[in-house]
Design a binder for this molecule. Structure first.
Ligand SMILES: [Fe+2]
Length: 387
């Protein structure tokens, strides 16, 4: 949604006749809107009726087994220890959730022959490892390692990888849209000079590849949190043109331009996306604070209104020991956290850091699944003891 995009062929005005080459039959316009009809939207033009469906069956896709009566404490768990072979949907392993957020990882090992439409939640898919194409009604979007893929609620899509060797995804779902923070935009919506990214950093689908194919096509739908298989009689990617502000797009975490200060700046300087119920921040390589007596390691802090999730991507995370790629720490609201013993002292005099991590701060508590229990690093909650 960073800016207006038009792909393929569209009529000169919306809501007018738009005939196919035969001059008789119409393309079918579909307005895809958000927040009723009041927020961003796109108009799509289909070869077939987007409403055609032959059979609907409820199916079981995920088994969200919760860790009953889990202690509220500091957590460190290793997501790479929970891997199930499967496609971009079936390989997902849920670790945490609340009423408006789900956080999963997936080690994708195989291709899929169905389409997915999450009409319950928008998705942020961080491509930790892998390259390929996000195929959707909006066209072809090539992605690469460390891309954030923002997939609006209701988008019909597939993920196709160039190779299924060591593909890893970190997936955050939200009942409200992933937005560019308002204070990064001017009164016209353009990104300001002070924003940590620029319109050129955002990649919408590059081209359309409309399919006019009859047959039996399966769309797995997430509707109100339940899953259904819709069998439709034509290929879902039958859009010949669309325009608007609502579409999937990619942004690479390495394109985030971090801010540095004379003294330690708080996590909002890493802000990347907002939602109605949580924020997503990007920790990237950067110079440290330049006051001669600055302490680069973060101070101990209590953020009583946020559960803090950090997903470690790459590099040396200077404030904690024992962290590896794919580690997640969860620091629940209401208890303080900060550098582990020795890390504050070790940071003094350091000039820069090389680290990549994705942070999710939720405004309501998260609940953990048995996947957390199975991959837990025992004793992390006691790791601040100094004697
Ligand atoms: Fe924190």
């Amino acid at each position: 949604m960073p800016y207006y995009v038009k792909l393929g062929k569209v009529p000169p005005k919306r809501h007018i006749t738009f005939y196919k080459d035969d001059g008789v039959s119409l393309y079918r316009e579909e307005l895809f809107s958000t927040k009723g009809f009041s927020s961003i939207y796109s108009n799509k033009y289909h070869i077939h009726l987007p409403t055609e469906v032959e059979k609907i069956d409820e199916i079981k896709v995920f088994n969200d087994e919760m860790w009953d009566n889990a202690p509220i404490m500091y957590y460190h768990f290793m997501t790479d220890k929970k891997q199930t072979a499967g496609n971009f949907l079936s390989a997902r392993q849920l670790f945490m959730k609340n009423a408006n957020c789900r956080i999963s990882t997936a080690h994708v090992t195989e291709d899929c022959d169905f389409f997915y439409k999450n009409s319950h939640m928008s998705e942020l898919v961080f491509v930790h490892h892998g390259n390929g194409k996000l195929l959707s009604e909006y066209g072809v979007l090539e992605f690469k390692q460390w891309d954030y893929l923002i997939i609006p609620k209701g988008t019909i899509y597939q993920m196709k990888f160039d190779s299924y060797d060591k593909v890893k995804l970190f997936i955050v779902e939200s009942t409200t849209p992933f937005d560019i923070p308002r204070h990064f935009r001017n009164e016209y919506g353009q990104l300001t000079e002070e924003a940590p990214y620029y319109e050129r950093d955002f990649r919408p689908p590059s081209h359309l590849d409309p399919k006019d194919e009859a047959g039996e096509f399966r769309i797995v739908m997430n509707l109100a949190g339940r899953h259904f298989e819709y069998k439709v009689p034509h290929h879902p990617f039958d859009v010949v043109g669309w325009d608007g502000f609502l579409y999937p797009y990619a942004f690479n975490i390495a394109d985030y331009a971090p801010k540095v200060g004379k003294l330690h700046l708080p996590p909002p300087v890493h802000l990347t996306f907002t939602t109605g119920n949580f924020v997503v921040c990007s920790f990237c390589p950067r110079l440290f604070d330049f006051h001669p007596e600055a302490v680069p390691a973060p101070y101990f802090h209590s953020n009583v209104d946020s559960d803090e999730v950090l997903y470690y991507v790459d590099g040396d995370f200077m404030s904690r020991s024992g962290i590896v790629e794919g580690s997640v720490t969860l620091h629940p609201m209401g208890i303080p956290h900060g550098p582990q013993p020795g890390r504050t002292e070790a940071s003094i005099g350091k000039k820069e850091t090389y680290e990549y991590a994705v942070m999710v701060d939720t405004f309501t508590p998260l609940y953990v699944t048995t996947n957390v229990k199975e991959t837990l690093v025992a004793g992390y909650e006691n790791s601040w003891i100094t004697k």
